[in-house]
Design a protein around this ligand. Sequence first.
Ligand code: LHQ
Length: 260
Amino acid sequence: MSAVLVRVESGVQRITLNRPERLNAFNLEMHAGLAAALEEAERDASIRALLVTGSGRGFCAGADLAERDMKPGSAIDLGESLERRYNPLVKRMRALPKPIVCAVNGVAAGAGANFALACDLTLAARSASFIQAFVKIGLVPDCGGTWFLPRLAGLQRAMGLAMTGERLSAEEAERCGVIWKCVADGELLPEAEKLALALAQGPTRTLGLIKKAVYSSTGNSLEAQLDVERDLQREVGKGEDYREGVAAFREKRAPKFTGK
Ligand code: LHQ
């Protein structure tokens, strides 16, 4: 079985992490599968939203610790692994001008937790949880964790989660703004699918620019961000979806966005 399952339906590319016996821990094959899926999403205009989830009882337990060579004297360069695989993955997800919904179906630990936070809208099942497990094996959070957590949850909570490796429940993650929504276990996939489908039928170009605007705000002053909004609004204001949106409003009907 492939480490990553990919299927496209109704404009939604569904990516399922598929190493359930290892709680979907990342290995080389999984990285290759994710890179291929993102490449397809970048290239294929018929894909207008992505949905990421995990198979089995876990979402993703981070880097595969079983496959690592820990023999004394072995030259391990974890930085290289980040440079070659994890960092490009996160950068690519953030740069993709299409929404990425994440359905966290179970435990998300280490790089698995931060991979979930690298998505644009993260939903989690009530029984799911997030663990910055790195410290327990003597590592610092990676995969964007030290950037996402302070911004989502504040410095103190980010520090506490990173330094203790304490488990954050899905309910608490929703309460403190780390994720979009916590839903009943049985509702996770239906809710995530509904959201991804609605986004896939949305004004795709605009959604891509909303993503760009919101993420660029984190490094901008209000003045600079107002300029970003002016420029992006100028661009979408010339688009077909804006015309369709206004026409649909006036005609009291649902808009039919083409994504252009
Ligand atoms: C696993 C794993 C796993 C392999 C569970 N690997 N098998 C690091 C270095 C380099 C560059 C890039 O970045 C990173 C980033 C990182 O992600 S470092 C952090 C790596 N992840 C962890 O430290 C988490 C390790 N896992 C756990 O702490 C637990 O498994 C959690 C809390 C996730 C789940 O606990 P349980 O629900 O009690 O499940 P379990 O521990 O029994 O795991 C089930 C199976 O999955 C088990 O295999 P087995 O054959 O005994 O049934 C585990 O060995 C395997 N597994 N995580 N990361």
